[in-house]
Design a protein around this ligand. Sequence first.
Ligand SMILES: NC(=O)c1ccc[n+]([C@@H]2O[C@H](COP(=O)([O-])OP(=O)(O)OC[C@H]3O[C@@H](n4cnc5c(N)ncnc54)[C@H](OP(=O)(O)O)[C@@H]3O)[C@@H](O)[C@H]2O)c1
Length: 183
Amino acid sequence: MQVKLKLIAAASENMGIGINGELPWRLKKEMDFFTRMTTTTKDSNKQNAVIMGRRTWECIPKKYKPLANRINMVLSSQSLDYGEDVVVCKSLPDMIEKLSQSPLNDKIEQVWVIGGSSIYKISMESPNFYRLYLTRVKKHFKCDTFFPEFPDNFVLVKDSEVPEGIQEEKGIQYEYEVYEREN
Ligand SMILES: NC(=O)c1ccc[n+]([C@@H]2O[C@H](COP(=O)([O-])OP(=O)(O)OC[C@H]3O[C@@H](n4cnc5c(N)ncnc54)[C@H](OP(=O)(O)O)[C@@H]3O)[C@@H](O)[C@H]2O)c1
């Protein structure tokens, strides 16, 4: 399998993604979408990988860690041990190298980058970037963590896995968008 990075993020109108180590909103169906997209595989013998920065890992409540039915991979400059089920790497190229080789390569179907900010940035710049699944939350939220500068050469594409049109929960509207890099 050639490693193709799929990024998944939700950002507010002001491109905020987090505050105080948490999401700025509670949108259950949006979270279910994240879980479905990052977990579902066509081959039942395989799992997807989820790549995240050390702070995003720390933000996940203990009871949900590691994220179920996915190979959890954490980027950190430190030598950290989160148990034998969690792969820790010191750089994205190291992680991609690991994903390209046996035994991981044989058991992984898709590779999802789930944040945070700097991990999205390096993944969008990576030659292995494939797609960005971005939920546009149509409201301004106070945030301390933001999605990186949006590349000029990204174009909207269709994806049959993604619900179309405006979604709404708790009076908050949002829309799923999918981007690829224009060649
Ligand atoms: N809305 C969304 O879709 C979404 C998604 C994810 C997260 N979030 C939110 O975003 C916040 C957390 O994200 P964040 O941006 O603060 O942190 P983050 O990107 O998750 O983690 C940053 C850490 O990752 C490591 N790292 C970063 N770049 C690296 C590289 N090139 N090589 C190796 N390690 C690297 C470093 O760990 P060390 O310091 O250990 O070296 C760095 O401190 C939370 O509020 C969370 O809820 C929102």
